[in-house]
Design a protein around this ligand. Sequence first.
Ligand code: SF4
Length: 62
Amino acid sequence: MEKIEVNKDLCIGCGACMAICPETFEMDSDGLAKAVNNEINDEVKTAEESCPTNAIKINKED
Ligand code: SF4
């Protein structure tokens, strides 16, 4: 099972992931991003690659 996570220790709340993939990333109440579903698609991968602090991780579990 694949899972999308935002490491809030790294996230700076720049909003890039939400701009690229708004169906997956939303701003949490603390001003940092959170993932709201676990569907892996090209936009999610682009957001992961575009995050300036590498806070987004896509975990692929057996
Ligand atoms: S792109 Fe990265 S640093 Fe910016 S809001 Fe998203 S997770 Fe946080």
